[in-house]
Design a protein around this ligand. Sequence first.
Ligand code: SAH
Length: 229
Amino acid sequence: MSTAARKIRLLMLLRRNGVADTAVLRALETIPREAFVPPTFHDQAYEDTALPIGHGQTISQPLVVGLMTQALELDDRMKVLEIGTGSGYQAAVLSKIVRRVYTVERHRPLLREAEARFQNLRLHNITSRHGDGMRGWPEAAPFERILVTAGGGAEPPADLVAQLAPNGVMVIPLGADRRDLKVVRLRRTHEGLSREELWPVRFVPLLPEVVPEGVPAMDDGAPLRSETA
Ligand code: SAH
């Protein structure tokens, strides 16, 4: 099957499973996922699975990317913060929909690879940096939208909540038990932070601090396929 045919098959699967927002579908169609996975997995780039990208991390499952992007309720004037750049795929998808994307990754080698992909694909509205995303990006705050693509903890990191604009939305996998995470949508309203549980998900862990330099490629304990919708 050709890449184009595989891509159409995947987009149909996403539609059947609830991805209906046309801007999201258009972005998923435009961004070449094969450019974000290691060469050995190119033939699986349009399967609906998470794939390993090194350092124990994964590029998210396309359905999870589609549903989480849709859950953000985006428009083209927005500034979005993503935590967990990973391969850069999710940031690339966001960059086709919104005005500007800020993305933070704690593994420097993963960030460098993602930045090279942004350059090659001429995605100039993405700003990225190495750091602990749990602290957010105070210099660029507030953000209309925040997306966390790593999971864990019963409550969202306080710094991220503080950097959410009025009426802002944060989509984040939460759960006291790492094996039982839910994608949660938080909304800053006059009364405070509203909370909607959307659907169960599995994600590689959100971990504090940056990864020290010079440490050999380490596995954070994530299973190879870490996400299911
Ligand atoms: N959005 C990515 C997939 C995310 S995998 C993509 O589209 O490919 C989760 C990523 O979050 C991993 O790369 C992991 O290193 C990163 N991560 C985990 N905790 C973090 C933290 N506190 N700050 C920044 N990045 C973090």
